[in-house]
Design a protein around this ligand. Structure first.
Ligand SMILES: Cc1cc2nc3c(=O)[nH]c(=O)nc-3n(C[C@H](O)[C@H](O)[C@H](O)COP(=O)(O)O)c2cc1C
Length: 184
């Protein structure tokens, strides 16, 4: 028997990532879970931000963002950026995080986070509580020691998944490889 639950609860794993927005002194950090890859070619990511967030005016101003992907050792930084507002505090300073120049956008990336995806906003949709931004991926920066043959080494992979208010580690061996069911 299936039971239906509140449609506001969509029990699907989401990434817990920290987005940088704004440039120079104004640059801010915001944790987001409503994030995903939405187009293969050209690569496009979507992120959703409530207009009440301090980060909203910054992304509106520059139309650029960087997706900084924490591993589980940066879980506290990730949670902090999602529970404090840049209106009241400087999250970079609070957390001792370093602004590192991005290569294709003015928004800085977080040096201490292992993966940084530079994006340029190509479209935006206002829908309900959030504004959805579509960002074309201009550059993907990865700490070298995490790579094997220029791809993320699965054994080094330690991203955080967010499901119904809880953080989960993905630090496990992959279950299988894309397309494995075709080879049975
Ligand atoms: C795990 C997690 C996921 C979040 N996802 C989103 C999201 O997808 N969109 C959003 O607008 N806020 C999201 N938030 C809330 C913001 O990160 C939070 O309100 C933050 O303090 C806003 O910062 P700012 O005011 O400096 O922009 C999330 C928070 C956490 C902890």
């Amino acid at each position: 028997m299936k039971k239906q639950i509140n449609t506001n609860i969509t029990p699907i794993s989401a990434p817990a990532v920290v987005i940088s927005v704004g440039e120079g002194e104004k640059a801010n950090l915001i944790t987001l879970a409503w994030v995903g890859r939405v187009v293969s070619n050209p690569p496009v990511m979507s992120i959703s931000i409530r207009p009440s967030r301090h980060s909203y005016s910054l992304i509106e101003e520059l139309s650029e963002f960087v997706i900084n992907i924490p591993f589980s050792e940066q879980m506290r930084e990730m949670d902090y950026c999602g529970t404090r507002t840049g209106k009241k505090t400087n999250k970079w300073e609070d957390l001792n995080l370093t602004k590192h120049d991005s290569t294709k956008v003015k928004v800085p990336m977080v040096k201490e986070f292992p993966i940084n995806i530079e994006c340029k906003v190509i479209n935006r949709i206002e829908h309900g509580t959030h504004v959805i931004y579509f960002g074309e991926v201009l550059a993907v920066n990865v700490d070298e020691e995490l790579l094997k043959k220029n791809r993320l080494d699965p054994e080094m992979q330690d991203q955080i998944a967010y499901v119904n208010g809880k953080y989960y580690s993905l630090n496990k061996n992959p279950l299988n490889t894309h397309g494995f069911s075709n080879k049975e």
